[in-house]
Design a protein around this ligand. Structure first.
Ligand code: PMP
Length: 406
Protein backbone atom coordinates (compact mmCIF):
# COMPACT_ATOMS: atom_id res chain seq x y z
CA UNK A 1 0.00 0.00 0.00
CA UNK A 2 1.16 3.49 -0.87
CA UNK A 3 0.57 6.13 1.81
CA UNK A 4 0.21 8.75 -0.87
CA UNK A 5 -0.32 11.82 1.33
CA UNK A 6 2.81 11.06 3.34
CA UNK A 7 4.81 10.29 0.24
CA UNK A 8 3.85 13.56 -1.42
CA UNK A 9 5.14 15.44 1.63
CA UNK A 10 8.60 13.99 0.88
CA UNK A 11 8.73 15.87 -2.45
CA UNK A 12 8.88 19.63 -1.81
CA UNK A 13 8.70 20.44 -5.53
CA UNK A 14 5.17 19.01 -5.72
CA UNK A 15 3.96 22.01 -3.70
CA UNK A 16 4.96 24.58 -6.27
CA UNK A 17 2.80 26.24 -8.86
CA UNK A 18 3.53 26.59 -12.57
CA UNK A 19 1.84 29.39 -14.50
CA UNK A 20 -0.33 30.03 -11.48
CA UNK A 21 -1.58 26.43 -11.33
CA UNK A 22 -0.58 23.63 -8.97
CA UNK A 23 2.16 21.60 -10.65
CA UNK A 24 1.09 18.27 -12.11
CA UNK A 25 4.34 16.50 -12.92
CA UNK A 26 3.90 13.80 -15.53
CA UNK A 27 7.38 13.87 -17.07
CA UNK A 28 8.79 11.20 -14.80
CA UNK A 29 10.19 9.15 -17.67
CA UNK A 30 12.49 12.07 -18.52
CA UNK A 31 13.56 12.57 -14.92
CA UNK A 32 12.01 11.76 -11.57
CA UNK A 33 11.62 14.19 -8.70
CA UNK A 34 13.88 14.12 -5.66
CA UNK A 35 12.60 13.44 -2.14
CA UNK A 36 13.74 15.51 0.83
CA UNK A 37 15.59 12.47 2.21
CA UNK A 38 17.90 12.51 -0.85
CA UNK A 39 18.18 16.32 -0.89
CA UNK A 40 19.29 16.12 2.77
CA UNK A 41 22.04 13.66 1.87
CA UNK A 42 23.30 16.03 -0.84
CA UNK A 43 23.31 19.01 1.54
CA UNK A 44 24.97 16.94 4.28
CA UNK A 45 27.78 15.97 1.92
CA UNK A 46 28.62 19.56 0.97
CA UNK A 47 28.10 20.89 4.48
CA UNK A 48 30.02 18.25 6.38
CA UNK A 49 32.40 15.98 4.49
CA UNK A 50 33.07 17.27 0.98
CA UNK A 51 36.48 15.81 0.02
CA UNK A 52 38.13 13.87 -2.75
CA UNK A 53 37.99 10.13 -2.30
CA UNK A 54 40.32 7.13 -2.41
CA UNK A 55 43.54 9.07 -2.05
CA UNK A 56 43.42 11.12 1.12
CA UNK A 57 44.64 9.99 4.51
CA UNK A 58 42.70 12.75 6.22
CA UNK A 59 39.39 12.07 7.95
CA UNK A 60 37.12 13.93 5.53
CA UNK A 61 38.51 12.01 2.58
CA UNK A 62 38.05 8.73 4.41
CA UNK A 63 34.50 9.61 5.41
CA UNK A 64 33.62 10.51 1.82
CA UNK A 65 35.31 7.34 0.54
CA UNK A 66 33.41 5.16 3.02
CA UNK A 67 30.06 6.70 2.10
CA UNK A 68 30.78 6.41 -1.64
CA UNK A 69 31.75 2.75 -1.31
CA UNK A 70 28.71 2.12 0.91
CA UNK A 71 26.58 3.50 -1.93
CA UNK A 72 28.22 1.09 -4.36
CA UNK A 73 27.23 -1.77 -2.05
CA UNK A 74 23.65 -0.47 -1.83
CA UNK A 75 23.49 -0.50 -5.64
CA UNK A 76 25.07 -3.97 -5.72
CA UNK A 77 22.49 -5.32 -3.28
CA UNK A 78 19.60 -3.62 -5.04
CA UNK A 79 20.43 -5.19 -8.40
CA UNK A 80 21.71 -8.37 -6.74
CA UNK A 81 25.15 -8.27 -8.36
CA UNK A 82 27.48 -10.99 -7.07
CA UNK A 83 30.37 -8.57 -6.35
CA UNK A 84 30.47 -4.89 -5.45
CA UNK A 85 33.24 -4.34 -7.99
CA UNK A 86 30.89 -5.41 -10.75
CA UNK A 87 29.15 -2.05 -10.18
CA UNK A 88 30.91 0.79 -12.00
CA UNK A 89 29.86 4.36 -11.25
CA UNK A 90 29.28 6.34 -14.44
CA UNK A 91 27.67 9.67 -15.28
CA UNK A 92 24.53 7.84 -16.41
CA UNK A 93 23.06 5.35 -18.86
CA UNK A 94 24.57 7.04 -21.90
CA UNK A 95 28.06 6.95 -20.38
CA UNK A 96 27.61 3.30 -19.35
CA UNK A 97 26.60 2.24 -22.86
CA UNK A 98 29.45 4.16 -24.47
CA UNK A 99 31.90 2.57 -22.05
CA UNK A 100 30.82 -0.92 -23.16
CA UNK A 101 30.63 0.01 -26.86
CA UNK A 102 34.10 1.45 -26.73
CA UNK A 103 35.44 -1.64 -24.97
CA UNK A 104 34.09 -3.95 -27.65
CA UNK A 105 36.09 -2.17 -30.37
CA UNK A 106 39.01 -4.49 -29.74
CA UNK A 107 36.81 -7.57 -29.32
CA UNK A 108 34.88 -7.40 -32.62
CA UNK A 109 35.90 -8.18 -36.16
CA UNK A 110 34.50 -7.10 -39.51
CA UNK A 111 31.34 -9.06 -40.39
CA UNK A 112 30.55 -9.84 -36.75
CA UNK A 113 26.93 -9.00 -36.05
CA UNK A 114 25.29 -6.99 -33.33
CA UNK A 115 21.56 -6.78 -32.75
CA UNK A 116 19.53 -3.89 -31.32
CA UNK A 117 15.80 -3.70 -30.79
CA UNK A 118 13.60 -1.30 -32.76
CA UNK A 119 12.36 0.15 -29.47
CA UNK A 120 15.63 1.72 -28.38
CA UNK A 121 16.46 5.18 -27.11
CA UNK A 122 19.08 6.89 -29.29
CA UNK A 123 21.64 6.27 -26.58
CA UNK A 124 21.27 2.55 -27.22
CA UNK A 125 21.53 2.93 -31.01
CA UNK A 126 24.15 5.53 -31.83
CA UNK A 127 27.07 4.10 -29.80
CA UNK A 128 26.56 0.73 -31.57
CA UNK A 129 26.47 2.40 -34.98
CA UNK A 130 29.74 4.11 -34.09
CA UNK A 131 31.12 0.74 -32.97
CA UNK A 132 30.12 -0.76 -36.34
CA UNK A 133 31.89 2.08 -38.15
CA UNK A 134 35.07 1.41 -36.15
CA UNK A 135 35.04 -2.36 -36.57
CA UNK A 136 33.11 -3.22 -39.74
CA UNK A 137 30.58 -5.14 -37.68
CA UNK A 138 26.99 -5.26 -38.95
CA UNK A 139 24.00 -3.87 -37.08
CA UNK A 140 20.72 -5.80 -37.26
CA UNK A 141 17.39 -4.74 -35.82
CA UNK A 142 14.68 -6.74 -34.00
CA UNK A 143 11.56 -5.28 -35.62
CA UNK A 144 8.58 -3.94 -33.68
CA UNK A 145 4.91 -4.65 -34.15
CA UNK A 146 2.12 -2.05 -34.45
CA UNK A 147 1.26 -3.00 -30.86
CA UNK A 148 4.64 -1.54 -29.85
CA UNK A 149 6.12 -4.91 -28.86
CA UNK A 150 9.15 -6.74 -30.21
CA UNK A 151 8.85 -9.39 -32.90
CA UNK A 152 10.62 -12.28 -31.16
CA UNK A 153 10.09 -14.73 -34.02
CA UNK A 154 12.18 -12.51 -36.30
CA UNK A 155 14.71 -12.04 -33.50
CA UNK A 156 15.34 -15.79 -33.55
CA UNK A 157 16.07 -15.69 -37.26
CA UNK A 158 18.62 -12.88 -36.78
CA UNK A 159 20.66 -14.85 -34.26
CA UNK A 160 23.60 -16.91 -35.48
CA UNK A 161 27.15 -17.76 -34.47
CA UNK A 162 28.10 -14.40 -36.02
CA UNK A 163 26.07 -12.55 -33.36
CA UNK A 164 28.39 -11.14 -30.72
CA UNK A 165 26.17 -8.67 -28.88
CA UNK A 166 22.49 -7.98 -28.32
CA UNK A 167 21.05 -4.72 -26.89
CA UNK A 168 17.59 -4.09 -25.65
CA UNK A 169 15.92 -1.81 -23.18
CA UNK A 170 14.05 -3.35 -20.29
CA UNK A 171 11.24 -0.78 -20.64
CA UNK A 172 10.75 1.49 -23.66
CA UNK A 173 10.84 5.18 -22.70
CA UNK A 174 8.71 6.15 -25.70
CA UNK A 175 5.89 3.61 -25.33
CA UNK A 176 6.32 2.04 -21.89
CA UNK A 177 6.54 -1.50 -23.31
CA UNK A 178 8.10 -3.99 -20.89
CA UNK A 179 10.33 -6.08 -23.12
CA UNK A 180 10.74 -9.86 -22.67
CA UNK A 181 14.39 -9.52 -21.71
CA UNK A 182 14.52 -13.00 -20.12
CA UNK A 183 13.77 -14.62 -23.49
CA UNK A 184 16.07 -12.19 -25.33
CA UNK A 185 18.96 -13.02 -22.99
CA UNK A 186 18.44 -16.82 -23.07
CA UNK A 187 18.28 -16.92 -26.85
CA UNK A 188 21.35 -14.68 -27.25
CA UNK A 189 23.36 -16.84 -24.86
CA UNK A 190 22.53 -19.95 -26.91
CA UNK A 191 24.61 -18.51 -29.77
CA UNK A 192 27.29 -17.19 -27.40
CA UNK A 193 26.36 -13.49 -27.69
CA UNK A 194 26.60 -11.06 -24.78
CA UNK A 195 23.55 -8.96 -23.82
CA UNK A 196 23.36 -5.39 -22.57
CA UNK A 197 20.04 -4.33 -21.09
CA UNK A 198 19.28 -0.62 -20.83
CA UNK A 199 17.44 -0.37 -17.54
CA UNK A 200 17.00 3.43 -17.53
CA UNK A 201 13.21 3.28 -17.72
CA UNK A 202 12.78 0.04 -15.80
CA UNK A 203 14.75 1.10 -12.73
CA UNK A 204 12.01 3.27 -11.15
CA UNK A 205 9.39 0.54 -11.58
CA UNK A 206 11.03 -2.89 -11.56
CA UNK A 207 13.73 -4.25 -9.28
CA UNK A 208 15.96 -6.14 -11.70
CA UNK A 209 17.97 -9.10 -10.42
CA UNK A 210 21.03 -9.26 -12.66
CA UNK A 211 22.05 -12.73 -11.49
CA UNK A 212 18.60 -14.24 -12.01
CA UNK A 213 18.45 -12.58 -15.44
CA UNK A 214 21.98 -13.83 -16.18
CA UNK A 215 22.44 -10.54 -18.05
CA UNK A 216 25.98 -9.56 -19.06
CA UNK A 217 25.55 -5.79 -18.68
CA UNK A 218 22.75 -3.77 -17.08
CA UNK A 219 22.81 0.03 -17.02
CA UNK A 220 20.79 2.84 -15.52
CA UNK A 221 20.79 6.49 -14.40
CA UNK A 222 20.13 7.66 -10.84
CA UNK A 223 17.92 10.54 -11.96
CA UNK A 224 15.25 8.14 -13.21
CA UNK A 225 14.87 6.73 -9.71
CA UNK A 226 14.69 9.71 -7.34
CA UNK A 227 18.43 10.42 -7.42
CA UNK A 228 20.37 13.33 -8.89
CA UNK A 229 21.40 13.82 -12.53
CA UNK A 230 24.94 13.16 -13.70
CA UNK A 231 25.40 9.79 -12.03
CA UNK A 232 24.47 6.25 -12.96
CA UNK A 233 25.83 2.78 -13.03
CA UNK A 234 27.08 -0.02 -15.21
CA UNK A 235 26.70 -3.55 -13.95
CA UNK A 236 28.95 -5.95 -15.81
CA UNK A 237 29.73 -9.58 -15.13
CA UNK A 238 33.23 -9.79 -13.70
CA UNK A 239 34.43 -11.91 -16.62
CA UNK A 240 33.31 -9.25 -19.12
CA UNK A 241 34.64 -6.30 -17.16
CA UNK A 242 38.02 -8.02 -16.99
CA UNK A 243 38.01 -8.54 -20.76
CA UNK A 244 37.05 -4.96 -21.66
CA UNK A 245 39.85 -2.39 -21.86
CA UNK A 246 39.51 0.84 -19.86
CA UNK A 247 37.34 3.56 -21.40
CA UNK A 248 39.20 6.66 -20.23
CA UNK A 249 42.73 7.10 -18.98
CA UNK A 250 43.65 9.28 -16.02
CA UNK A 251 44.03 9.31 -12.26
CA UNK A 252 42.33 6.67 -10.10
CA UNK A 253 42.29 4.00 -12.83
CA UNK A 254 45.98 3.08 -12.74
CA UNK A 255 48.12 0.68 -10.75
CA UNK A 256 51.52 1.99 -11.86
CA UNK A 257 52.47 4.79 -14.29
CA UNK A 258 55.84 5.22 -15.97
CA UNK A 259 56.54 6.81 -19.34
CA UNK A 260 57.35 3.35 -20.69
CA UNK A 261 54.19 1.55 -19.55
CA UNK A 262 51.12 1.99 -17.39
CA UNK A 263 49.30 -0.81 -15.65
CA UNK A 264 45.64 -0.51 -14.76
CA UNK A 265 43.92 -0.69 -11.41
CA UNK A 266 41.65 -3.58 -10.51
CA UNK A 267 37.89 -3.42 -10.87
CA UNK A 268 35.96 -1.21 -10.40
CA UNK A 269 38.61 1.56 -10.51
CA UNK A 270 39.89 0.52 -13.95
CA UNK A 271 36.73 2.14 -15.36
CA UNK A 272 36.54 5.10 -12.99
CA UNK A 273 39.16 7.57 -14.20
CA UNK A 274 39.26 11.00 -12.58
CA UNK A 275 37.32 12.49 -9.69
CA UNK A 276 33.84 11.03 -9.85
CA UNK A 277 30.50 12.58 -8.94
CA UNK A 278 31.07 11.70 -5.29
CA UNK A 279 28.03 13.43 -3.85
CA UNK A 280 25.91 12.06 -6.72
CA UNK A 281 27.02 8.50 -6.04
CA UNK A 282 26.21 8.80 -2.35
CA UNK A 283 22.83 10.35 -3.18
CA UNK A 284 22.17 7.52 -5.67
CA UNK A 285 22.55 5.08 -2.76
CA UNK A 286 20.15 7.20 -0.67
CA UNK A 287 17.60 7.22 -3.52
CA UNK A 288 17.74 3.44 -3.71
CA UNK A 289 17.20 3.26 0.06
CA UNK A 290 14.24 5.61 -0.25
CA UNK A 291 12.56 3.62 -3.02
CA UNK A 292 13.15 0.30 -1.27
CA UNK A 293 11.65 1.67 1.90
CA UNK A 294 8.44 2.30 -0.03
CA UNK A 295 8.86 -1.07 -1.73
CA UNK A 296 8.94 -1.96 -5.40
CA UNK A 297 5.89 -4.23 -5.20
CA UNK A 298 3.83 -1.41 -3.71
CA UNK A 299 5.21 1.04 -6.28
CA UNK A 300 4.43 -1.27 -9.20
CA UNK A 301 0.88 -2.01 -8.12
CA UNK A 302 0.05 1.63 -7.36
CA UNK A 303 1.53 2.84 -10.64
CA UNK A 304 -0.47 0.22 -12.50
CA UNK A 305 -3.60 1.51 -10.87
CA UNK A 306 -2.69 4.99 -12.15
CA UNK A 307 -1.89 3.61 -15.60
CA UNK A 308 -5.20 1.75 -15.88
CA UNK A 309 -7.14 4.75 -14.63
CA UNK A 310 -5.47 7.18 -17.03
CA UNK A 311 -5.72 4.79 -19.99
CA UNK A 312 -9.44 4.36 -19.44
CA UNK A 313 -10.10 8.10 -19.00
CA UNK A 314 -7.95 9.27 -21.93
CA UNK A 315 -9.50 6.67 -24.23
CA UNK A 316 -12.85 8.46 -23.89
CA UNK A 317 -11.47 11.57 -25.63
CA UNK A 318 -12.54 11.83 -29.23
CA UNK A 319 -9.75 11.10 -31.76
CA UNK A 320 -7.18 10.13 -29.12
CA UNK A 321 -4.86 7.27 -30.00
CA UNK A 322 -2.54 5.62 -27.51
CA UNK A 323 0.64 4.07 -28.94
CA UNK A 324 2.14 0.92 -27.45
CA UNK A 325 0.62 -2.23 -25.98
CA UNK A 326 -3.11 -2.13 -25.33
CA UNK A 327 -2.81 -4.47 -22.38
CA UNK A 328 -1.53 -2.33 -19.56
CA UNK A 329 0.14 -5.32 -17.86
CA UNK A 330 2.65 -5.29 -20.74
CA UNK A 331 3.59 -1.70 -19.87
CA UNK A 332 5.22 0.42 -17.22
CA UNK A 333 3.54 3.70 -16.38
CA UNK A 334 3.89 5.59 -19.65
CA UNK A 335 1.09 6.75 -21.93
CA UNK A 336 2.20 8.00 -25.34
CA UNK A 337 -0.65 9.50 -27.33
CA UNK A 338 -1.79 11.84 -30.07
CA UNK A 339 -5.08 13.44 -30.94
CA UNK A 340 -6.13 13.50 -34.54
CA UNK A 341 -5.50 16.93 -36.06
CA UNK A 342 -3.43 18.19 -33.10
CA UNK A 343 0.36 18.57 -33.15
CA UNK A 344 1.89 17.07 -29.98
CA UNK A 345 4.02 20.18 -29.42
CA UNK A 346 0.94 22.46 -29.37
CA UNK A 347 -0.72 20.13 -26.89
CA UNK A 348 2.38 20.25 -24.67
CA UNK A 349 2.47 24.07 -24.69
CA UNK A 350 -1.18 24.39 -23.66
CA UNK A 351 -0.85 21.74 -20.96
CA UNK A 352 2.11 23.65 -19.56
CA UNK A 353 -0.04 26.78 -19.30
CA UNK A 354 -2.33 24.65 -17.13
CA UNK A 355 0.58 23.60 -14.90
CA UNK A 356 0.82 20.10 -16.39
CA UNK A 357 4.29 18.87 -17.34
CA UNK A 358 4.32 16.26 -20.10
CA UNK A 359 6.93 15.49 -22.72
CA UNK A 360 6.28 16.02 -26.40
CA UNK A 361 8.35 14.98 -29.40
CA UNK A 362 10.22 11.88 -30.47
CA UNK A 363 11.50 11.01 -26.98
CA UNK A 364 14.98 10.24 -28.40
CA UNK A 365 13.43 7.29 -30.21
CA UNK A 366 13.00 8.56 -33.77
CA UNK A 367 12.82 5.07 -35.35
CA UNK A 368 9.64 4.39 -33.33
CA UNK A 369 8.07 7.64 -34.56
CA UNK A 370 9.11 6.79 -38.13
CA UNK A 371 7.47 3.39 -37.74
CA UNK A 372 4.15 5.05 -36.88
CA UNK A 373 4.76 7.86 -39.45
CA UNK A 374 4.26 10.58 -36.85
CA UNK A 375 6.46 13.53 -35.80
CA UNK A 376 6.14 12.61 -32.14
CA UNK A 377 3.70 11.97 -29.35
CA UNK A 378 2.53 13.52 -26.11
CA UNK A 379 3.92 11.38 -23.31
CA UNK A 380 2.49 11.35 -19.81
CA UNK A 381 4.57 9.22 -17.45
CA UNK A 382 3.57 8.49 -13.87
CA UNK A 383 5.44 7.91 -10.65
CA UNK A 384 4.35 6.58 -7.27
CA UNK A 385 3.89 10.17 -5.97
CA UNK A 386 1.24 11.00 -8.58
CA UNK A 387 -2.49 10.75 -7.91
CA UNK A 388 -5.74 9.98 -9.71
CA UNK A 389 -6.82 13.57 -9.05
CA UNK A 390 -3.80 14.73 -11.07
CA UNK A 391 -4.85 12.39 -13.87
CA UNK A 392 -8.31 13.99 -13.82
CA UNK A 393 -6.58 17.37 -14.25
CA UNK A 394 -4.61 15.97 -17.19
CA UNK A 395 -7.69 14.53 -18.88
CA UNK A 396 -9.59 17.80 -18.48
CA UNK A 397 -6.54 19.70 -19.80
CA UNK A 398 -6.19 17.45 -22.84
CA UNK A 399 -9.89 17.83 -23.65
CA UNK A 400 -9.68 21.60 -23.30
CA UNK A 401 -6.54 21.84 -25.43
CA UNK A 402 -7.99 19.56 -28.09
CA UNK A 403 -11.09 21.74 -28.33
CA UNK A 404 -8.91 24.84 -28.74
CA UNK A 405 -6.60 23.29 -31.33
CA UNK A 406 -8.99 21.38 -33.59
N1 PMP B 1 17.70 4.78 -22.30
C1 PMP B 1 16.44 5.02 -21.98
C2 PMP B 1 15.42 3.94 -22.17
C3 PMP B 1 16.08 6.27 -21.44
O1 PMP B 1 14.81 6.52 -21.13
C4 PMP B 1 17.07 7.26 -21.25
C5 PMP B 1 16.72 8.62 -20.69
N2 PMP B 1 15.64 9.24 -21.34
C6 PMP B 1 18.39 6.95 -21.60
C7 PMP B 1 18.67 5.70 -22.11
C8 PMP B 1 19.50 7.93 -21.44
O2 PMP B 1 19.71 8.22 -20.09
P1 PMP B 1 20.70 9.39 -19.65
O3 PMP B 1 20.30 10.59 -20.45
O4 PMP B 1 20.44 9.54 -18.19
O5 PMP B 1 22.08 8.95 -19.97
Amino acid sequence: MIAIENIRKDFPILNRTVNGQPLVYFDNAATSQTPQQVIDVIVDYYQNYNANIHRGVHSLSQEATDKYEEARIKIQKHFNAAKSYEIIFTSGTTHSINLVANGFTSLLQAEDEIIVSALEHHSNIVPWQMLCERTGAILKVIPMTTEGTLDLATYETLLSEKTKLVFCNHVSNALGTINPIEAIITKAHKVGAAVLVDGAQAAPHIKADVQALDVDFYVTSAHKMCGPTGVGMLYGKESWLKKLPPYQGGGEMIAEVTFEKTTYADLPHKFEAGTPNICGGIAFGAAIDYMNQIGFDAIASYEHELLDYATEKLATIDGLRIYGPKETNLKASVISFNIEGVHPYDMGVILDKLGIAVRTGHHCAQPIMDFYCIPGTVRASFAFYNTKAEIDTLVAGVERAANMLR
